[in-house]
Write a protein that binds this ligand. Structure first.
Ligand code: MN
Ligand code: MN
Length: 339
């Protein structure tokens, strides 16, 4: 029967066993690969955000090193709103946000008040609405189909690896604080489901199945042949990310391909890094990139990953002893000017 093929991953015991043993890469390596992949794609892509592929080729040849700069004048290894909002969400989920949208919305407020290096318009509008009105869900709006909800959703995946319904509920709750649009919901859920199944060890076929399901219902997301759009519109972002992910065979090739297309390159880089990291595992991330990533971000991601996976007591049993206490989002140490 069909179910038997997935049985080892569907039981919590199997999931827990999978954390540190059994497979190569292990579940922990895939989870860490996804989160560090997200940050590395953000740091790599931010250099060429809003440039065209032609401009990137003229200036960089092939852009393949984390060097900072870009329109935000970043330090090498510095991340932007994509990674920072994910860390804010992860922090909120560790503090009770799984059961309370207010905890999530407040974490976004704290982040916005920390003078982030960048923030999307829809995010700013949604966080301001919560501050002024106290509502945790935006009303549906045609102009809220940006990629801002999808780019920060990874912690929801990690916190609910054992429970698909909880994953969907948490994803939609965190998304709707700022983005309430059916295409944003569909993109956020599909990228999350793909990541979730990859981390659980279900392999590339499971990722393909999730995409097939999306395309069956919303053909607008068709990405082959790649339509060539790289904006922050969720449809453009998903198409660009999926094309890079499915047409490459290594973490490095996937990220180099996606960021050199320019446009919203830090966000396509982040999401491609999340998928590729979940598939290939943390050991597939080039050392030269890992070394460049801002150390406080690297540490926060490692600790948050462990604690998000450990939210379930059944999984905690196989966690290493003496896990460090959760590290919360630290205040920014740079002086980059917000625009
Ligand atoms: Mn960004
Ligand atoms: Mn971006």
């Amino acid at each position: 029967m069909e179910l038997h093929a997935r049985a080892p991953h569907d039981s919590l015991a199997g999931l827990a066993r999978n954390l540190f043993m059994d497979t190569n890469p292990t579940l922990m390596q895939r989870a860490l690969g996804a989160y560090l992949g997200l940050a590395i794609g953000d740091a790599l892509g931010a250099t060429v955000e809003f440039m065209t592929a032609r401009e990137i080729a003229a200036i960089h040849g092939v852009h393949h090193n984390i060097v900072g700069g870009g329109w935000l004048r970043l330090k090498a290894g510095q991340v932007t709103d994509d990674t920072e909002m994910a860390l804010a969400l992860g922090d909120a989920l560790l503090r009770g946000g799984l059961d309370d949208a207010n905890v999530i919305a407040r974490a976004y407020v704290t982040w916005m008040q920390s003078c982030p290096v960048d923030i999307g318009n829809t995010c700013r509008r949604g966080i301001r609405r919560f501050m002024l009105q106290g509502t945790t869900a935006a009303t549906a709006a045609p102009d809220s189909a940006g990629n801002g909800a999808a780019m920060r959703n990874l912690p929801a995946v990690l916190a609910t690896l054992h429970d698909e319904n909880a994953f969907e509920e948490t994803s939609i709750t965190q998304a709707h604080v700022t983005h309430n649009h059916p295409l944003s919901d569909a993109g956020t859920l599909t990228l999350g489901r793909m990541t979730r199944r990859l981390i659980r060890g279900e392999g590339l076929a499971a990722a393909h199945a999730e995409v097939a399901l999306l395309l069956e219902y919303i053909s607008e997301f068709r990405f082959s042949p790649w339509p060539g759009m790289t904006s922050g519109y969720i449809v453009d972002t998903v198409q660009t990310v999926l094309d890079a992910f499915f047409t490459t065979t290594s973490f490095e090739d996937c990220l180099v391909k996606v960021v050199n297309r320019g446009g919203d390159a830090d966000t396509t880089g982040a999401l491609a890094g999340q998928l590729a990291g979940a598939l290939y595992g943390v050991d597939a991330i080039p050392e030269r990139w890992l070394k460049k990533l801002a150390p406080n971000v690297h540490t926060a991601i490692r600790e948050q990953t462990i604690h998000l996976l450990a939210l379930r007591p059944e999984i905690q049993e196989v966690m290493p002893k003496h896990c460090p206490a959760p590290v919360h989002l630290r205040p920014r140490t740079t002086t980059a000017t917000a625009i």
